[in-house]
Design a protein around this ligand. Structure first.
Ligand code: ADP
Ligand code: LRH
Length: 473
């Protein structure tokens, strides 16, 4: 049996999970969970990177003897090291406003079609390319590392960037499977800072004998270090025609493909082709996700279960919002921003907290429906089942609304999909005989129970709601 630690840093919480893997066995236990979120400092939003590192070490110490450690986190963000390996500045949060207007600036230099044909990435204002252009690269910067790579560097002293996360930078060539030297130079960034890429399953190095308090020598293994890449590994699909929603702070809605779709249609629908484990492509779109609800909860200070009960009792389809509207991206004042969005779109704002939560969930379900349909058309792939994984898979009302809106059965679970994908890739690197993702998924299926939601209600209600929200586009 292998005993491995999965460090999984989500945008709303970090956790260290202990995974035990053997023949027919896949057990996961939460060892340590800690807060994560934006810290505003003199007007700039940061991550509290040392809190994340210290909490990771606390968790790893609590996990007991380990065969290996793997780290995944949210995408796009990074730190820069100088030539001596010192971190230059605290990593900045992708929701910070320093990228406002930068995408437009870069697009004036590099046409969107060129960016897409090279990277296959959806346009999000916080893609790493825009952050690096906005923040600039100081002369003394020697090495660019993404968040999991930075933590792995502190543990082992080894530098490198893992491929699935590199694929979210919009500086990675999705066909050549390497950094795009041409794009890096076209936007005026120094090629020297981008280190060699690592594959999921590569041994990064060993825990240094220093002040970590961990037994020195434990291997640190590269996993699908983009949390969504790890989550998709653990989608418990038994057949090909599946779609998924990785549901947490964001909702990542899409398909798994063997090769990227780089057509004008895919670009116009703003689909991304992120790199998956074993060379797969995660063809998906970011939907704003439970972030909107998290931020309302933070403003109100209410318990999630109470809010969801109130939402279940609230009248359906009273108010609808476009969850992907840019005004919902930044933190703060979310209930007021929802009200404002409603007024702007000629609707009465929600009359209670329950009504506001219902509005968020129905609007998310509609955005899922729209995205799922666009994914199927654009990738010419039909879908029979929709897997919902991540923290949001526990939201029964949202799962039912998703099944109703999308008109396909939803299978909900596992909750800790990213950590499971992380554990499975480590276990394979340590010698567990998983010939491919199918074998990993079969093990998830046989060890985790899923909840099924069949579509209910009248499809015509969702058609009407969709044309109300998005028009006939
Ligand atoms: P991330 O990895 O982005 O931090 P998670 O996968 O941990 O996100 O999911 C967090 C979300 O899961 C929360 O915003 C919350 O809406 C939802 N969630 C967590 N626990 C529950 C629960 N018991 N019931 C319903 N939803 C839940
Ligand atoms: C989800 C996620 C998503 C990215 C976003 C920045 O945690 O990694 O896949 O787009 O965070």
């Amino acid at each position: 049996m292998k005993r491995v630690a999965a460090v999984d840093l989500g945008a709303s919480s970090g956790r260290v999970m202990l995974g035990e893997v053997g023949p027919g066995l896949l057990r996961l236990r939460e060892v340590h969970r800690f807060w994560n979120g934006p810290v505003r400092l003199h007007g700039t939003l940061h991550w509290d990177i040392l809190h994340l590192y210290r909490s990771t070490l606390d968790g790893l110490r609590l996990a007991g003897p380990l065969d290996s450690i793997g780290i995944d986190s949210w995408a796009v963000d990074y730190g820069l090291l100088d030539a001596t390996g010192r971190l230059l500045g605290n990593p900045i949060h992708y929701r910070d406003s320093r990228t406002d207007g930068v995408m437009e600036q870069v697009l004036a230099q590099v046409p969107a079609a060129d960016l897409y044909s090279t990277t296959g990435l959806q346009q999000l204002p916080f893609n790493t390319i825009y952050q690096l252009v906005a923040g600039g690269v100081p002369d003394q910067a020697a090495t660019f590392l993404m968040i999991p790579d930075l933590l792995a560097y502190w543990l082992t002293g080894e530098v490198g960037v893992e491929r699935t996360n590199a694929s979210t930078t919009q500086l990675y060539d999705v066909l050549a499977r390497d950094w795009s030297d041409e794009l890096i130079s076209r936007v005026g960034l120094p090629r020297r800072i981008f280190p060699a890429l690592r594959e999921p399953g590569d041994v990064i190095g060993r825990v240094l004998p220093d002040e970590t308090g961990l037994a020195p020598g434990i291997p640190v293994i590269a996993v699908g270090s983009h949390d969504t890449a790890s989550a998709v590994v653990a989608v418990p699909a038994s057949e090909e025609r599946f779609a998924y929603i990785s549901s947490g702070t964001w909702s990542l809605v899409g398909l798994e493909l063997d090769r990227p779709v780089l057509t004008d249609e895919a670009r116009e629908a703003n689909f991304t082709n992120e790199g998956g484990v074993d060379g797969r492509i995660r063809f998906l779109r970011n939907v704003m996700g439970l972030w909107i609800l998290q931020e309302c909860q933070r403003s109100w200070g209410d318990d999630l279960d109470d809010l969801l009960r109130a939402a279940a009792d609230a009248p359906p389809f009273a108010v609808l919002i476009d969850p992907d509207a840019p005004e919902f991206l930044a933190p703060g004042n979310m209930p007021a921003r929802i009200d404002e969005h409603c007024r702007k779109t000629g609707q009465e704002p929600p009359q209670s907290r329950g009504a506001a939560v219902r509005c968020i969930l129905e609007s998310l379900a509609l955005a899922y429906r729209r995205t799922l349909r666009a994914a199927q058309t654009t990738a010419a792939r039909d879908v029979d089942v929709l897997h919902v994984i991540g923290g949001g898979s526990q939201n029964e009302l949202l799962c039912q609304l998703t099944a109703d809106a999308c008109g396909v059965p939803v299978l909900a679970g596992p909750v800790e999909a990213s950590a499971l994908g992380n554990v499975l890739v480590q276990a394979r690197a340590l010698g567990e005989p998983f010939p491919g993702l199918d074998a990993m998924r079969a093990l998830v299926r046989s060890t985790h129970s899923l909840r099924r939601y069949d579509p209910q209600g009248k499809p015509a209600d969702w058609d009407a709601a969709e044309s109300r929200l998005f028009g006939t586009r």
